[in-house]
Design a protein around this ligand. Sequence first.
Ligand SMILES: CC(C)(COP(=O)(O)OP(=O)(O)OC[C@H]1O[C@@H](n2cnc3c(N)ncnc32)[C@H](O)[C@@H]1OP(=O)(O)O)[C@@H](O)C(=O)NCCC(=O)NCCS
Length: 186
Amino acid sequence: MEIPFKQALIFGKIRHRKNSVKVTRMNIRTMTSKDKSAIMRLLQNTPEFTPAEVVLADEVIDEYLFNPSESGYFILVAVIDSKIVGYICYGPTPITEGTWDVYWIAVDHEIQGKGIGRELMTAAEEKIQRAKGRLIVIETSSKAGYEKTNLFYQRMGYKEACRIKEFYAIGDDKIVYEKRFQGSDR
Ligand SMILES: CC(C)(COP(=O)(O)OP(=O)(O)OC[C@H]1O[C@@H](n2cnc3c(N)ncnc32)[C@H](O)[C@@H]1OP(=O)(O)O)[C@@H](O)C(=O)NCCC(=O)NCCS
């Protein structure tokens, strides 16, 4: 069954290209310990992430699960038909007022480009704004293979704030993106 593009957005359906959608139920919810193995599989199957990055993501997830409210991290998962298809990890930047970091976002590589990343990022941004966040910062890499990641952030309204040449390695800059919320009273 196909429904029109605009209607699809209202109902939060998964989008196909060519302005149509397949009707699929997606739910975005807080991560629980039962989701961990699925998230780890997703991270391990994401070619952009090095083994060291997967280890770091694993440690952050464990810290979050040990004490979700005190860890300084928030993790949301996207679920379709009980299957974890994406996740986002974010949190308030320590010793700032109203600045938040998005640390990780990943979508199952088999269903990227269908709007799941946008839904995850939007859900996190809404929660950050409700917590009186006024600025979101994201750090990423300029290396080959990260082109679509950079395009994704730009399409989500993030502006390049600065770039540190050869930060990660020779030929691999750190790009820092920012998004500021209008109307923030902070
Ligand atoms: C980056 C990532 C999370 C995006 O998720 P996604 O579900 O594929 O993205 P969406 O389908 O929601 O796309 C959102 C927007 O980004 C744009 N975008 C996404 N992939 C793109 C690509 N390959 N080329 C150009 N634009 C792209 C889309 O055009 C879309 O814009 P629109 O809604 O205005 O049309 C996903 O590709 C991913 O997991 N990548 C690997 C992991 C990674 O790099 N994570 C970030 C570093 S921590």
